[in-house]
Ligand binder design. Structure first.
Ligand code: SF4
Ligand code: SF4
Length: 346
């Protein structure tokens, strides 16, 4: 028994220009903090498995010796357990890309150092090498994020290799503007899990949030992905409450109508992360109450529902008079909104 984390022993993450252990770092990555770097200056080359595990052991052995790599200090993934030290990979993150075909007001790629780019190295040759050499555990998790995966150059090939075959559980966020037949096939195969942040129920609000006029196309694609889906957990449609933009029940009811017509099972609600970070997770209680009520509304209509990532971190407290003033300022006067949503024209 010792304190360690699974990812330092069995995880790799394809990052912007390097392979790192994970995409978690105790320091906020928006501020440039990196998790343990396994291979800097990575450009898609095949690294022999012996070399890979030797480098991974450099970090994991620090845990075993009762210490902790400096990059991992304070990480919530560290726990005491009887760790399996055999050499395999069961958790991969692909986040070496930031290309996208829409332009959400809350996208972290709008902020340096995560500028949008189509210029990414290839991951599939190395992934195939790891699979062919028995390094990848069957049923491993592959998490994909960073930009829009459906337009990423290796998207279809990765999904065909790992998703359609059910070799891995693949977790993907997509905006659903580009329809991918391979993604559809992987969803139907049953172990690819997709989250689509629609965040609205009308074309007008969609344009405000996503800054492209593509509401109808996205809803059409949502229907295609949802049709005949057998695993009730594979599809989630998400509503991120964005202060001053979609923070009302009228919009949410229309959103639920779309979810219903697409026969979605999961509806998740969140509070926008950039806003939440700017108030140090101390969200205005009005938004938390709103999110809770939205979840209830979804459940009453037969959906599985719940909070998504950011909302789980929000602290709960009583609504004060100044919270009401803040809410009115944001909602009706858009005061301070530019602070959270750069490049937005109000
Ligand atoms: S402890 Fe945290 S930062 Fe370190 S490898 Fe594990 S998940 Fe990554
Ligand atoms: S879909 Fe994702 S990557 Fe694209 S702009 Fe929105 S948040 Fe950013």
């Amino acid at each position: 028994m010792y304190s360690c984390c699974n990812l330092s022993l069995h995880g790799i993450c394809f990052y912007q220009g390097e392979i790192v252990s994970c995409c978690y770092a105790p320091n906020d990555q928006i501020n440039g903090g990196l998790p343990p770097v396994l291979f800097p200056d990575y450009k898609g080359q095949i690294i022999p498995k012996e070399q890979l595990f030797k480098r991974m052991r450099y970090f994991s052995s620090q845990f075993k010796n009762g210490s902790c790599p400096i990059e991992c200090k304070g990480c919530f993934q560290i726990k005491e357990a009887d760790w399996d030290e055999s050499e395999y990979i069961d958790f991969i993150t692909i986040t070496n890309f930031s290309c996208c075909n829409i332009n959400c007001v809350y996208c972290s790629n709008n902020l340096k150092p995560y500028e949008r780019s189509n210029n990414h190295y290839k991951v599939l040759p190395f992934l195939k090498y790891l699979k062919d050499n028995g390094v990848l555990r069957q049923n491993l998790e592959i998490h994909v994020g960073g930009g829009e995966f459906s337009i990423y150059s290796e998207c279809d090939a990765i999904l065909e290799e790992f998703g359609v075959t059910n070799f891995a559980k693949i977790y993907i966020a997509t905006n659903a503007l580009h329809y991918s037949e391979s993604l559809n096939r992987a969803i139907k195969a049953g172990s690819t899990y997709v989250v689509i942040s629609l965040d609205c129920g009308t074309r007008k609000t969609y344009k405000k949030i996503k800054r492209v006029d593509a509401f109808d196309k996205v809803v059409e694609n949502i229907h295609k992905y949802a049709k005949d889906t057998k695993n009730i957990h594979t599809l989630t449609i998400k509503y991120i409450i964005i202060p001053g933009i979609n923070d009302n029940f009228r919009e949410f009811k229309k959103f639920l109508k779309i979810a219903k017509s697409a026969k979605y099972t999961w509806v998740r609600v969140d509070i926008e992360g950039r806003y939440l970070r700017s108030v140090n997770n101390n969200a205005n209680p009005i938004y938390i109450k709103m999110a809770k009520k939205m979840i209830k509304m979804a459940e009453n209509q037969g959906f599985l529902s719940g909070y998504h990532a950011f909302l789980q971190q929000a602290k709960e407290r009583k609504t004060s008079f100044s919270d009401i003033i803040d809410f009115i300022k944001l909602k009706y006067f858009k005061t301070g909104i530019k602070k959270f949503y750069t490049n937005e024209k109000y």
